[in-house]
Structure formats: C-alpha cells, structure tokens
Ligand binder design. Structure first.
Ligand SMILES: Cc1ncc(COP(=O)(O)O)c(C=O)c1O
Length: 430
C-alpha cells in the first residue's frame, strides 16, 4: 500500500519531521505514537499536515462525541469565554448547577462532583469508598482483572493489568482484583476490610468486554447484602456510547429479572465525551451516599468551570436533539453486523467481533502470517494498515482493534470505514 501512496512534497515532509523532532526533543516519551501528524478535523474526518484525509473511528479514544470542530461547541466555547471562563468553586455559577442537574436526571437521584479527567473522577470514587468505610475500618476496593482506571498512582493500583503497574511498585494499598463477569469470585474475594467494588460496564482498554446483566444484578445484590458500594467507571463506555447514557442502562434493557428496572450503582465516574473534547470529568454519587464527601473533604481548582460546564450542557443538548443515542445504537448495530459477517468471511484474520452501540472490538486471529515478520502487536500492525488506507482506529491490548467513532457518524461513513477494514482483512487473509 505504501508504494502506491503519493510521496508528500519535500516541504511537507520537512514540516512533519520538524514537528516530530520537537516532540522527540521536548516531550516525555511516555506514548508510543503512530507516525501521523494531524492538523485539522471536521465531523468524522481528520487531515494530516500532508493534506491526507482520514475517516476517524477513534474520536480521540471516545472523546469527540460530536466529531471534530462541531460548530455548536465552537459557538458555546466562544460565547461562554466572553462571559466567564473560570471562577473558583468558592462561588456558585449557573452552568455547573445546570449540568449537574442534567446528569442527575440522566442517571438517578444523587449529586455530582466535577473534575478534569477520568483518572480524577475515579479518584473521587476511591475517596468516597474510603470515607464510606472509614469508621468501620473498611477501605478495600475490589476491581476487575483487565480493567483500566487511569494512570495516577491510585489509578494504576486500581487497574487490573500488571503491565500498567510495572516499575511503579509499591502500589497504593487497598486494591485487589477479581475476575470480570464472575460473581462467585467476587463473593469469595470479600474480606472484612472490603468497602466497595468498582467495575467498567464495558471494559475498554481490556478489549471491549461488556459486563453481563446477571453480573451487574448479582453485584448489586451482593453489595446490598454486605453493605458495600457498587461503583462503575463509565469514563469510556458512558455518555451514550452504547446507545444509552450509561452502559448499565443498555446492558439491563429487557432483562427478565425485575430488579433490573430499579438498578443503580452507588457511584459513577465520567469524563472523555462529557466535554466533547473539552477536558472535563465528573462523578455521580447515589443517594443516600451523596453527602458522604462533605465540605472540605474533596476539591479541584478547575473542576466544573463555567466554560467546561457550558460545553458539557451543549454536548448533551445536541445528542438529545439530534437523536444521537439512537444513531449510536443503529449505526453500531450496522457496523457490528457487517463486521461479524466479515469475521465469518475472513476467520484467519478476524476471530470475534463484540461490543455495544458505537463501542466495538474486532479481535484479530492469533496467527496472521503477514504479521509474523515484525515484532509489533498485531493490533498495531493492523491499525498501521488502516491508517495507510485512510481510517483511524484504536488498539486495545495486543489483538483487539477498537472502533469508537463520533456518535453522529453517518451510515455512509460507517459503510466507507467498513470498506477499508474489509480491504485490509482481504489482503491479510492467507
Ligand atoms: C475506563 C477508563 N477509566 C479511566 C480512564 C482514565 O481517563 P483519563 O485518561 O481522562 O484520566 C480511562 C482512559 O482511557 C478509561 O478508559
């Protein structure tokens, strides 16, 4: 593929190199970056500095819910920034109260704290659990194997993946991991010190693995029985990505068990799509625990600024007005059905397709011959080929290619992306 792509003119090559060299010299090398220098975007299209166009099925890892350069986000940012960008949380302001009210109405009775990222939202849940269990000497939080909860020290301690922790030991005390979707293992793992259980509704970094309805309902029952908090990390799978605001709402749809209708976790972490690209995070706490973190127990300078909350409100308004939850559901179903057919056609390339709404994982077969020559994860090699063919997607672990496009991805764009994925699968098929 590479040799049929036009070679960019020397001036552009130099610009690319100059940008990359500036990174190499001045930016900490914590990311393994793809060889792309992106310049601008519009909707689900991105352009690199060469002017090459890509269809974006990654959306900044589930962040850009409305795509790039959405005119209403731009307008809200501009108008609110003329009025009030930031005031301290020592004061009241309208947008934060409005967004909190909206989030509570989308989840259930409770209250919201605003912060700036997913890791910080999860951190709030850890503090909630600690405070909740404190007077009884309970502090331990059980999290799932293969989970991901961010890169702060508590975040990597909570994350159930050895590679994320390596080199940073000792971990923060009080986190233990249990097999995901295994209720008996959760029950068996409880100790007198356990205060909470934290899971993702759909594991994202762990390879797009949804929790089952039985697991969610079983955990709820277990937590009620043992007086534990049930906490959910909706940072990646939340905000209508699955077709409902929170993934548990989607997972429990149509569940026969009558407990499904009243299901609520006790805390939910949110970030990523909350600001549609403007950095923000939040966590919701269910009543009657919403006042456990009282005055003086938690804070964040930038959390819930008028600018962030005005954008957050606009993102929700556009999602509702443009029926994007329904689009995530329908376009996601279309993608999943077509990709499942593709897996049947090219079983030596794609072994499984799974996910909910516009959160889809394509698991690659274990022994794709064309990948054996290079010592790079198959998912990365596959994605490099997608990039060359004009499609962006996100790896999840070694063998899963993740699709997390904007919630307003059109059917035509979905079909175009599928065509690109199929062309690569056909080429790789032995
Ligand atoms: C489920 C989940 N939790 C937490 C995080 C951390 O979010 P952030 O990178 O905004 O700190 C992520 C990021 O990918 C995530 O997917």
């Amino acid at each position: 593929m590479r040799d049929i792509l036009p070679i960019p003119p020397a001036a552009v090559r130099n610009q690319m190199q100059a940008i990359q060299q500036r990174f190499q010299k001045n930016v900490l090398p914590t990311y393994t970056r793809f060889d792309l220098v992106l310049d601008r975007g519009e909707g689900s299209r991105l352009w690199d500095v060469n002017g090459k166009c890509y269809l974006d099925f990654g959306a900044g890892i589930a962040v850009c819910a409305l795509g790039h350069a959405h005119p209403e986000i731009t307008r809200t940012l501009t108008e609110q920034s003329r009025k009030l960008v930031h005031v301290s949380n020592l004061y009241f302001q309208e947008p934060q109260g409005g967004l909190a009210e909206r989030l509570v109405s989308l989840i259930g009775p409770g209250k919201v704290f605003f912060c700036n990222s997913g890791a910080e939202a999860d951190e709030g849940l850890y503090k909630l659990a600690r405070k909740f269990g404190h007077d009884e000497g309970r502090f331990e939080i059980l999290t799932a194997e293969n989970s991901f909860h961010g890169r702060t020290l508590a975040g990597i301690s909570a994350t159930g993946q050895a590679k994320i922790k390596k080199g940073f030991e000792p971990m923060v005390e009080g986190f233990r991991h249990i097999p995901f979707n295994n209720l008996a293992a959760a029950r068996a793992a409880l100790s007198p010190a356990t205060a909470a259980i934290l899971i993702e509704g759909v594991q994202g970094e762990g390879g797009v693995v949804p929790a089952t309805a039985e697991y969610l309902l079983g955990l709820r029952q277990l937590c009620d029985e043992k007086k534990l908090l049930l906490l959910m990390d909706g940072v990646q799978c939340g905000h209508f990505r699955t077709g409902r605001f929170q993934s548990f709402q989607r997972i429990l749809e149509g569940a026969a068990n009558p407990a499904a209708a009243g299901f609520l976790p006790d805390g939910i972490a949110m970030a990523k799509a909350l600001g549609g690209g403007f950095p923000m995070g939040a966590f919701w706490v269910r009543q009657p625990w919403a006042d456990v973190l009282g005055a003086g127990t938690h804070a964040s300078t930038f959390g819930g600024s008028p600018l962030a909350c005005a954008v957050g409100l606009k993102v929700l308004e556009v999602i509702e007005r443009d029926h994007l939850a329904e689009n995530a559901r329908q376009t996601g179903e279309f993608l999943k059905t077509e990709l499942t057919a593709l897996a049947a056609k090219y079983p030596r390339v794609v072994s499984q397709v799974r996910g909910l709404g516009l959160m889809i994982g394509i698991e690659l077969a274990g022994d794709i011959p064309a990948f054996s020559a290079v010592d790079k994860a198959p998912a990365v090699q596959f994605i490099n080929q997608l990039h060359e063919a004009g499609l962006l997607a996100i790896p999840a672990g070694a063998r899963v290619v993740r699709l997390l496009p904007a919630l307003n991805l059109s059917r035509e764009e979905a079909a175009e992306g599928l065509g690109i994925i199929e062309s690569i699968a056909a080429r790789l098929s032995p």
